[in-house]
Design a protein around this ligand. Structure first.
Ligand code: DAH
Length: 316
């Protein structure tokens, strides 16, 4: 009778109630067990057996009901993955971000360490320490955005060379990638563009080391077996001698790739370094330019257009 009742319970609450009626303080079994001392041996054995059996039945029914409850809960939470979801408008990796990680990986493998610097820069780091004092005509080479407090929007990542030498001294082998700003705007120039800067100062660094690193860099970045370079004399206030490096593109035309040179002794002195003991090279080139060449992107403005359709067409 009780056995059947246990089997018929439908919920854990019902089972709990039945259990209390049976084994609770005044439960039917509790009362009978209390009277056990008045029973003969056989009746005692029988009652013990019944007691054990009932307890086991309760336990079994409890785990059955718990399982049922769990299964019901799981069934209720089931997701129908075959339902059509709202299409998600996903972005992709931007070509500049993609090239940033490739460029960093290559330069790091050559032993250059990456530094960063602020985009709002003071006059010292952007110009004066780079051997371009306020009266210097070379300031006109870069049409600068000035802030009211005399700071500028960084016109060149060369400012980060100064910060790196000031904070870590020499020997140093560093690079930086970042946005730079100038007041110019046409099909091939925007007011914001990216630059990559490199600097290597030690006791015996020469221009030949620079050319070797540049060639190795272009080989790796553009995945070329051979790279033909052309070195032309140039002028930058912070290097002497200064050069410009061109690269033969598709075996047909020369592309102007970068400015570079041996770091000017005044720049080293401005960072507290003795130019008679240490020397080295610096280089700077266009980050956007590199990305456009590598991924075959025709228009610089696309890079800053925030057009997801265009980004998707780049396929990263
Ligand atoms: N800062 C220069 C520019 O913006 C590029 C450059 C030229 C950087 C020569 C250098 C360098 O470090 O040595 O035009």
């Amino acid at each position: 009778m009780l056995k059947e009742q246990i089997e018929k319970t439908k919920t854990l609450n019902e089972l709990q109630e039945l259990y209390t009626n049976t084994f609770g303080k005044n439960g039917t079994m509790t009362v009978r067990l209390k009277e056990m001392k008045n029973l003969n041996n056989d009746a005692r054995t029988e009652l013990n057996r019944e007691n054990t059996e009932l307890r086991e039945l309760f336990r079994n029914r409890q785990s059955e009901l718990e399982n049922e409850a769990l299964n019901a809960a799981l069934a209720g939470e089931k997701l129908d993955v075959s339902l059509n979801a709202e299409p998600e408008n996903r972005g992709t990796i931007h070509p500049l971000t993609q090239s940033l990680s490739e460029i960093s990986a290559i330069l790091e493998s050559f032993g250059y360490r990456r530094y960063t610097g602020p985009e709002i820069e003071d006059d010292w780091h952007n110009f004066t320490a780079l051997n371009t004092p306020s009266y210097h005509p070379a300031r006109d080479m870069q049409d600068t955005f000035f802030l009211l407090n005399g700071n500028v929007l960084r016109t060149q990542t060369s400012a980060i060379q100064i910060r790196a030498m000031e904070s870590d001294g020499v020997p140093i082998k560093m690079f930086a990638i970042g946005s730079t700003y100038r007041r110019e705007m046409d099909a091939t120039h925007g007011p914001m563009f990216g630059q990559i800067e490199g600097l290597y100062i030690d006791k015996n660094v020469t221009l030949a080391d620079l050319i070797g690193d540049i060639r190795a860099f272009f080989k790796k970045f553009f995945k070329l077996d051979n790279v033909e370079l052309r070195i032309r004399p140039s002028y930058f206030p912070f290097t002497d001698p200064s050069i410009e490096v061109d690269m033969k593109w598709n075996g047909e035309r020369w592309l102007e790739m970068m400015g570079a040179g041996m770091v000017h002794p005044n720049v080293l002195r401005n960072c507290g370094i003795d130019p008679n003991e240490y020397q080295g090279f610096a280089f700077g080139f266009g980050w956007d330019r590199l990305a456009m060449l590598k991924y075959n992107l025709p228009d610089l403005r696309d890079l800053y257009g925030n057009d997801v359709r265009w980004l998707k067409s780049c396929g990263f």
